[in-house]
Design a protein around this ligand. Structure first.
Ligand SMILES: Cc1ncc(COP(=O)(O)O)c(C=O)c1O
Length: 369
């Protein structure tokens, strides 16, 4: 919480509109357009919803393939599977933990229609390489920027580079509204349709702008928009985005300064700098030597009352991933990272970072000697 959330929620109630697309939704959307430089922002009730809208906008259907990492959250893949298309899982780069451009190139077939690129831990993927591949093969690029609000790549904000981009405001993210998300539409040909898809497949937005005299069902769609109370909460957070960003970068830096000097001695790995990217301090993670030491680390930290989660169970090895996806090549990096990565606590109101750092130092002494 940054302090002004209740004020804006009360104001939204006084304004009298609780359903979506009111005063606060518009304020959030303008903020996102200005911040990212993206063409058009539409608030959604989650990043999952924004990814599903993106799949409809790319006209995905049976027979189409979409290249994506397996080291990601399920929503990236589900959005594609819900359209009847096939997620093609490709390995990540061991240094950036983002989709590997070379392996993506090898996975392109004449069925490939899009690449869903995930900016892991707020570090933007190598978008020049992906744009070149997309231009050569006539593919859409969707940025899963769930973790990347405020990150940039070669001075372009995350979310402004692909045809479409999805942000998350889930409470685990930097800027939050409990559940929440946004779709950024950079491909001008998709803007009008995006409004329709988000409004249950109707041209209701055009009706409210006075462009049509009644609204009706014109396309596929669902209810993808949040109510005004969520938007009011989110707006309070967006106004403090600079503070949140600065605070998280300070915490990220403090972890790095304390732990990187120990990494060679104890054999764990700190995040590598990602070329051309300015990250947003979303996540600080360590890679332990193997699964056994990662599990011992988590257990020892838990005994010190500090929760250090791991993720992701790779999608290519998950039951639904095996049923719906395809995995044409080795996923050795994904498998290794998934076994060894652990995340350290990082959130706006964290006031015990010194205790966490001391506990990590004690734990690595205990388990990695
Ligand atoms: C990479 C990625 N994509 C998608 C999502 C889904 O976001 P949401 O919970 O807002 O639907 C998340 C959430 O953790 C995520 O990390």
């Amino acid at each position: 919480m940054v302090g002004e959330e209740f004020f804006h929620i009360a104001d939204a109630i006084h304004r009298g509109q609780l359903s979506g697309d009111g005063h606060y939704t518009k304020l959030c959307e303008r903020w996102l357009e200005e911040k990212t430089g993206g063409e058009k922002a539409l608030l959604t009730h989650s990043c999952t919803a924004a990814l599903e809208m993106a799949a409809i906008l790319c006209d995905l259907g049976p027979g189409d393939e979409v290249i994506m990492p397996s080291f990601t959250f399920v929503s990236t893949a589900n959005a594609v599977v819900l359209r009847g298309a096939t997620p093609v899982f490709v390995d990540i780069d061991p240094s950036t933990l983002n989709l590997c451009p070379d392996k993506t190139k090898s996975a392109i077939t004449d069925k490939t229609k899009a690449i869903y690129v995930v900016h892991y831990a707020g570090a933007v993927a190598d978008m020049d390489r992906f744009k070149t591949l997309a231009d050569e093969h006539d593919l859409y690029i969707v940025e899963d920027a769930a973790q990347a609000l405020g990150s940039s790549y070669k001075n372009q904000q995350a979310g402004s580079i692909g045809d479409l981009a999805a942000f998350s405001f889930h409470e685990t993210k930097n800027v939050i509204s409990g559940e929440g998300g946004a779709l950024i539409i950079n491909n001008p040909k998709m803007i009008e349709r995006a409004e329709v898809i988000r409004e249950k497949g109707t041209n209701r937005s055009q009706f409210f702008r006075g462009q049509v005299d009644k609204y009706t069902w014109v396309d596929l769609g669902s209810s993808f928009l949040p109510g005004e109370l969520i938007a009011a909460f989110l707006y309070a957070q967006l106004l403090k985005e600079d503070n949140i960003f600065a605070r998280r970068l300070d915490m990220w830096q403090a972890y790095d300064e304390a732990l990187r000097p120990l990494s060679a001695k104890f054999g764990f790995k700190c995040p590598d700098p990602v070329p051309d990217t300015v990250h947003n301090g979303h996540m600080y993670y360590l890679q332990l030597p193997d699964l056994a030491s990662r599990q011992a680390f988590i257990a020892s930290m838990k005994a010190k009352l500090i929760y250090t989660p791991f993720h992701y169970v790779p999608l290519h090895s998950a039951p639904a991933g095996q049923r719906y996806g395809s995995t044409p090549a080795s996923m050795a990096v994904t498998d290794k990272v998934s076994d060894t990565l652990v995340r350290l606590p990082i959130f706006y109101s964290l006031d015990e970072q010194d205790r966490v750092i001391a506990a990590v130092k004690e734990t690595v002494e205990e388990i990695l000697i």
